[in-house]
Structures are given as structure tokens and as C-alpha cells.
Design a protein around this ligand. Structure first.
Ligand SMILES: [Ca+2]
Ligand SMILES: [Ca+2]
Length: 374
């Protein structure tokens, strides 16, 4: 009888323990459930898992101007709801779903590459950028030869408020616009050595990186770095656009894209010298705003979906094998990240850290630059 009683009480304890374990695991499942490698909570809503940084892998000697990004596992991408922070529908769709990614550690330029740095490269190599070369008739067979000029795209404010559905209203191809003349032949970079170099095509950025003994970051490396070890925050500095009513990046305030519409509440109308705002937790400046930055990956609007369907943790992803845009067109596009001094909540909002941009590889603009890694 006593023995039976003992067995009975042991059983109660065992059942109680199993029950507790079950409740505990149910509670932890409540936070994060993985479906393929898409990260969702128990209600199926996209969420982020805590970033797990690699430890103790920092090499001893830092290359000049670069900061160590430890790498590790993180949740990459943007929540669907973030789209409501942007007036144009659908522009953040290509950054969903949130999926698990691992990147190795690497060095990254703390700042956007400047005019002074690019000048050194050109002085050493006599490199000529894409925007400085007259396009050939082979490239543009339908354009009369007398209309083929060396030049590039320049932001040109509109005289009045316009509907924001056609960017050709504020982008103009300007003959003679290039990195030394970012807004056209009458503009210059005199006294702007500390400004980010712009009017840079993908191959120009690549050539600079090679000369500097560096490379362009992958899109995953760029986002890991921009998040600064934080988990799923909206911006590279936190979850609110301003901190103590102060803007944290050089973006655009006021009526876009109207002439004198930029109210420069953040301190700058148009482009700013590099590193005028606080760095993120890794010591990186301007990971949001100032100029867009080329990364190495081909742009595919479906890449995140495809990657998440593969399941597991995507290790050091390098982008799709070929460019693809569900919106159509067959341009060869690569990814841009971070947004620029022209990004506004009225238009693209892509200073949000998990969002993406893209551009044709030989097309440069006066709000597009880059930084390197190694
Ligand atoms: Ca600004
Ligand atoms: Ca930037």
C-alpha cells in the first residue's frame, strides 16, 4: 500500500513536470515559429529573432577608415506593415518576407566613399567613369547619333506639386553631368572633398573597390552592418524617425519634389558631407540617407521569397544568379541600399533599414554612391 502510494506520488510529479515542460515550450513557441526560414510568430505574423553576433573574431589590425562588423545570424527584411510608413504602395514588398541569414565577419568603410578618395583613385589609374563616356550607337540603336551625349541623370525639382507616380518628372538626363560635375557642367566638387562621390555606375564602384584592395558588400552584409547588432528595428538608430525631435540622417523634409520644397529640417537641403550624423552601433555613418549605396547583388524582386522557401539559415547569400523585376522590364539591375537625401515619407521612405532599392548597372545619378568592405 505504502509502495503504491509512493509510485502514485512519483507519477504525479512526473506528469506535473511534463506538463510544465510542455507549457514552457508552448510559451517559447509563442514568440517565434519558423516556417521555411521565414520568421513569424504563433499567429503567423512576421517578426524578428534576436540577432546573434559572432564573438571574438575581430582581427588585430584595422584597415584605415574601416570598422569591424562581427557578422552572425540575423533576421533580414522588412515587415509588411512598414509599408504604411510610405505613401507609395508596394515599394517595400520586395523586402518581404523576413528571413534568417548568416554572414561572416568583415571590415566595412565607416563612411561613404568621398570625392577626395575617388580623386586619388582617378589620379592613380586615369580611370574614366561611365557617365564621362559618350554612349555608342550599339548601346542605343534607336537614338540618333547626334543625340548621344556623355552625361547622367540629375534630380531636377518641379515648379509645382506633381503626382508622384512618374519619376521622369523630376529626373533629367543632363549632358556633361558626371562625378566632377554632379548636377551638370556648371556644377563642381570644389571644396566638396568630404562629400560622398556620386554619378557612379556599378562598374565604376567596382573598379574603385578593386584598386583599393576591397570589394562591394553583399546585400546581406550591408543590412547586417546597418542594423548594428540590434534586432528588427525600423531604422539603423532605433524605432522612431526622430530622436528628441532631431532627425538622425540626411533625408528630405517638405514637399517633394518641388523647387525649394526641401525644408532641410535635418540640417541639409540636398547632399551633405559624410558623417554629419551620429554613427550606428558599429560606428557606421550614413547607413540611412545622404546617398544611396551600390551593393554587389543582382536585384530580383522575388529573391527574399525564394531564399526563404529554401528553408534553413541562408549562409552568406550573394544574391540571385540573374536580375528580375516583377514590375517588368529586362534591365540589368543591381541593388541599392539606404536611401538618400531625396527620400521622404511622401515618396519612398527607404531610409528604413530593411528596405531595398535598385538601379540599372550603367545608370548613375547625383544621389547614388557607394562604400566598400574587405
Ligand atoms: Ca536633408
Ligand atoms: Ca548612405
Amino acid at each position: 500500500m505504502i509502495k503504491n502510494k509512493k509510485i502514485w506520488s512519483i507519477s504525479v510529479v512526473v506528469i506535473f513536470t511534463i506538463g510544465l515542460a510542455y507549457l514552457f515550450s508552448a510559451a517559447s513557441k509563442k514568440t517565434v515559429v519558423e516556417k521555411s526560414n521565414e520568421v513569424v510568430d504563433s499567429d503567423g505574423n512576421p517578426t524578428y529573432k534576436p540577432t546573434i553576433e559572432n564573438k571574438n573574431n575581430k582581427p588585430k589590425y584595422a584597415p584605415e577608415g574601416m570598422v569591424w562588423i562581427p557578422g552572425g545570424e540575423f533576421s533580414m527584411g522588412s515587415k509588411k506593415e512598414s509599408e504604411s510608413l510610405c505613401s507609395i504602395k508596394g515599394v517595400t514588398q520586395d523586402a518581404t518576407p523576413i528571413h534568417q541569414v548568416y554572414v561572416d565577419g568583415f571590415w566595412m568603410d565607416a563612411k561613404e566613399v568621398t570625392n577626395d578618395q575617388f580623386q586619388k583613385f582617378v589620379d592613380a589609374t586615369a580611370y574614366v567613369t561611365v557617365a564621362e563616356i559618350k554612349p555608342t550607337i550599339e548601346e542605343f540603336p534607336n537614338v540618333p547619333i547626334e543625340s548621344l551625349f556623355a552625361g547622367s541623370a540629375v534630380f531636377t525639382p518641379t515648379l509645382t506639386k506633381v503626382s508622384l507616380n512618374n519619376y521622369l518628372q523630376w529626373w533629367r538626363f543632363v549632358k556633361g553631368a558626371d562625378w566632377r560635375h554632379p548636377e551638370g557642367p556648371n556644377s563642381s566638387i570644389k571644396n566638396k572633398g568630404n562629400y560622398p562621390v556620386v554619378q557612379i555606375a556599378y562598374e565604376d564602384a567596382l573598379a574603385y573597390a578593386k584598386w583599393a584592395g576591397k570589394r562591394l558588400p553583399t546585400e546581406a552584409e550591408w543590412e547586417f552592418a546597418a542594423r548594428g547588432g540590434k534586432t528588427g528595428e525600423l531604422y539603423s538608430w532605433g524605432n522612431t524617425l526622430t530622436v528628441d525631435h532631431k532627425f538622425q540622417a540626411n533625408i528630405y523634409q517638405g514637399d517633394f519634389p518641388v523647387d525649394k520644397g526641401d525644408t532641410a529640417e535635418d540640417g541639409f537641403a540636398g547632399i551633405a558631407p559624410v558623417a554629419q550624423f551620429k554613427s550606428n552601433a558599429y560606428g557606421l555613418y550614413d547607413m540611412a540617407g545622404n546617398v544611396w549605396e551600390w551593393v554587389n547583388d543582382w536585384y530580383s524582386s522575388d529573391y527574399y521569397r525564394e531564399l526563404s522557401q529554401e528553408g534553413g539559415v541562408a549562409r552568406n547569400p550573394k544574391g540571385p544568379d540573374a536580375p528580375y523585376d516583377s514590375k517588368g522590364g529586362n534591365e540589368k539591375k543591381r541593388v541599392h541600399r539606404g536611401g538618400s537625401f531625396l527620400c521622404t515619407s511622401e515618396y519612398c521612405s527607404r531610409y528604413m533599414v530593411g528596405t531595398r532599392g535598385n538601379g540599372e548597372v550603367r545608370s548613375a545619378t547625383n544621389h547614388l554612391g557607394f562604400r566598400c568592405v574587405k
